[in-house]
Design a binder for this molecule. Sequence first.
Ligand SMILES: NC(=O)c1ccc[n+]([C@@H]2O[C@H](COP(=O)([O-])OP(=O)(O)OC[C@H]3O[C@@H](n4cnc5c(N)ncnc54)[C@H](O)[C@@H]3O)[C@@H](O)[C@H]2O)c1
Length: 329
Amino acid sequence: MRCIVTGGAGFLGSHLTESLLATGHAVAVIDDMFRGSQKNLLGCKGMEDYHLIMGDASNRANYEKAADKLRGVDCVYHLAAINGTRWFHERPDFVIQVNLDSLRVALDFAITRGARFVFTSSPEAFGEQPEMPLDNNSDSLFSSAAQHGRHSYGASKYLGEILVQHAVKEHSLDARIVRPFNGYGPRLPGDAYGQVTGIFLEQCRKGEPMTVHGDGQQTRSFTWVEDIVNGTRIAGELDEGLDGSILAGAAFNLGNPEEISIYDLAKLCLEVTNSDSEIRHHEIGHPGDSRRRVPDITTSEQALGWSASVPLQQGLESCWRWQIAEHGE
Ligand SMILES: NC(=O)c1ccc[n+]([C@@H]2O[C@H](COP(=O)([O-])OP(=O)(O)OC[C@H]3O[C@@H](n4cnc5c(N)ncnc54)[C@H](O)[C@@H]3O)[C@@H](O)[C@H]2O)c1
């Protein structure tokens, strides 16, 4: 397939780009480098079937450029978004703008070109839904908008899923939705705007205190990057589900059902890195943080033949080896 990957210089996008190229597809990345970097794509540089367009995924002209490079387009993988919890609180206006504007333009482009579409939504689209596991019938539950901006992200993904479903029904777009559950692996940002696994490993490496928000009993289902990327790639490759299901409008949770509290994750990071950092609780935490986030992956197993294959400890050890190779001990 000739694939456009928006946000392809980011954490998941760069691994997806590598995976698509390795399985014989051609890829044009569109990324404005807000959080991505060319370094993430160094392994692809110079490959005949790889192209990079540095620009805004909310600008239609960049998709036209990408399609020109590929001489057509078969599938758009839309990953461009503002991600990173701190942004959701500090710049909800920007999060909503980028996440929805870029999606609208990407959808419109795919509709007019008759290309397949894969949208990376998020379990945050379910907000603070307490009933687990999350499946396609779970309701989305958001707290009052006056309290905090946290759900700028989750709500943008919820509205994004509505836009995608509308495009499937009204414009016959062959679109599929994936929801990665807390991906981790090499290239995951570990700075203040990063995600928890990256932040913990970085704190261990520097011997700094590990910051656990709230009581640390909130749980997540951490999923190895290659597992997520395989599921995402397959969601765009298949013409129909392995169980014969129609994939247009289908949504897939890509998550490791192994649930762990943030406090236990911090302890596991200490064990894996052999660090003597101390664990410190930040009482305020992240307002709007869901207590649990566990996926029901039945649909992904049946239609995509997908399940998470890498246990958390093994993944953390690989991630740590990468971090050491990248930054030194
Ligand atoms: N990492 C996860 O565990 C996770 C979980 C659920 C959903 N997702 C979704 O998967 C996608 C990728 O996430 P990620 O973790 O790789 O985040 P990331 O921040 O590393 O990647 C997003 C990429 O989009 C780019 N981008 C931002 N605004 C842009 C714009 N206007 N034009 C072009 N590019 C732009 C950034 O530069 C970055 O490279 C996002 O849509 C995210 O919401 C990720």
